[in-house]
Write a protein that binds this ligand. Structure first.
Ligand SMILES: NC(=O)c1ccc[n+]([C@@H]2O[C@H](COP(=O)([O-])OP(=O)(O)OC[C@H]3O[C@@H](n4cnc5c(N)ncnc54)[C@H](OP(=O)(O)O)[C@@H]3O)[C@@H](O)[C@H]2O)c1
Length: 362
């Protein structure tokens, strides 16, 4: 359940490349794919779209205001993504609030079945390093539970959600052995980590390699709001190890969409965080807006494109068809080196950055 057949793109055309040139030519009735098959990104043994979609919100009431009434629109989001060539979906076994724990995986499984396109889809799920997962066998069982929730035979990328190095170093090796076991048993096609810093990344890479398991991906918070020295060091380490970096929260949880302001904050815990960061974000938001206007793009499209231009795979979270449609427009074009510099210097002018994930290690 992973590598999309190149021909799947031929049935999923949509106008995105060089819209302005084409609109005045006889070619204007032709629809081009968001990206060409050869622009798929190699991730270990897999080939994935240059952008995936994140599904943390699918089941999360506390932070994202999820309600089950959203499910039919989420199915549409999924269908639209797949029809436009997106084949990477990120989830986790811990996603979902309270009784909805596991909801994101369950919905993904259901959407795949209803769309009947399972051969093309790469599910990247994350297994939580819960304190009661103390043995490799318990971690393998976590993987089996995810497979059951999604009702699929194999997971695309099995990821360790976070490292326990900072608070329970003895647990960590059991989790690494668990990753090895799920790979050896053929339950996952590739193995990845999440929230690993550069030093821990080298350690797990070498450990897995010695056990004959390639480390294929590392996901960290990475965006114009999270591009400090630590993030760049992680990116460089990934490059030198041949590990693909997956950028999570590429829209800064929504701050890089331009729709929130200090006087228009989202409800819940995000509101508090945004109230501290947004007042200093004007230089970056102005730059994003200026570039977006010049290119007839939108602010989120520019912010996501920046992540792609860093050689990473962004996985923006999407809750509505409108957001999915808009974010798909981040594909099929590239910010220029000058625009990248402009955005990065505007980002550096912002006095407060995103807070790091508490589980992020060195
Ligand atoms: N490994 C980890 O520890 C970890 C941590 C965080 C996230 N992740 C993964 O990364 C994914 C993405 O990160 P994220 O969801 O935290 O944040 P994000 O991608 O930075 O922001 C997503 C949110 O922004 C808003 N949004 C998205 N597209 C928009 C658009 N075009 N216009 C306006 N608003 C838009 C939506 O929320 P509103 O409409 O409510 O504003 C959406 O839920 C997650 O879903 C998850 O799969 C992993």
């Amino acid at each position: 359940m992973s590598i999309a057949s190149p021909t799947s793109y031929l049935s999923s055309f949509s106008l995105s490349v060089n819209d302005s040139i084409l609109s005045s030519s006889p070619l204007k009735y032709l629809k081009f794919p968001r990206f060409w098959p050869w622009q798929k990104v190699k991730l270990g043994p897999l080939a994935v779209s240059p952008m995936g979609f994140g599904t943390w919100a699918w089941g999360n009431q506390l932070l994202w205001g999820y309600q089950e009434s959203m499910d039919s629109e989420l199915q549409e989001v999924f269908n639209l993504a797949v029809e436009n060539g997106i084949n990477l979906f990120d989830t986790a076994d811990s996603y979902g609030t309270g009784r909805l724990n596991g909801q994101s995986e369950k919905l993904l499984g259901k959407f795949i079945r209803q769309k009947q396109m399972r051969d093309n889809i790469v599910i990247a799920t994350k297994f939580a390093a819960y304190p009661w997962r103390l043995t490799p066998g318990q971690f393998v069982n976590a993987c089996k539970s995810s497979l059951e929730r999604m009702q699929i035979e194999k997971i695309g990328i099995g990821q360790l959600h976070w490292s326990t190095a900072n608070y329970a170093p003895l647990q960590e090796q059991a989790l690494w052995d668990g990753l090895v076991a799920m790979y050896d048993k053929g339950l996952v096609e590739a193995v990845g980590v999440s929230n690993y810093g550069p030093k821990q990344l080298v350690k797990i890479h070498d450990y897995l390699k010695a056990r004959g398991v390639p480390l294929s991906s590392a996901q960290v918070q990475f965006s114009l709001l999270s591009m400090g020295e630590d993030q760049m060091e992680i990116k460089n380490t990934c490059d030198s190890l041949g590990v693909r970096l997956i950028s999570y929260s590429p829209l800064g949880l929504g701050m890089l969409t331009g729709k929130y302001t200090p006087s228009n904050l989202p409800r819940g815990p995000r509101g508090l965080l945004f109230s501290q960061i947004l007042p200093g974000l004007q230089p970056l938001l102005s730059s994003l807006k200026e570039i977006a206007q010049k290119r007839s793009k939108t602010i989120p499209q520019v912010a996501i494109n920046w992540c792609i231009r860093q050689g990473t795979i962004p996985i923006p979270g999407v809750k509505t068809v409108k957001q999915a449609e808009e974010n798909l427009g981040a594909l099929g074009w590239y910010l220029s080196p000058k625009e990248l510099l402009q955005l990065e210097s505007a980002a550096q002018e912002s006095p407060r950055k995103m807070i790091q994930n508490i589980f992020q290690t060195r």
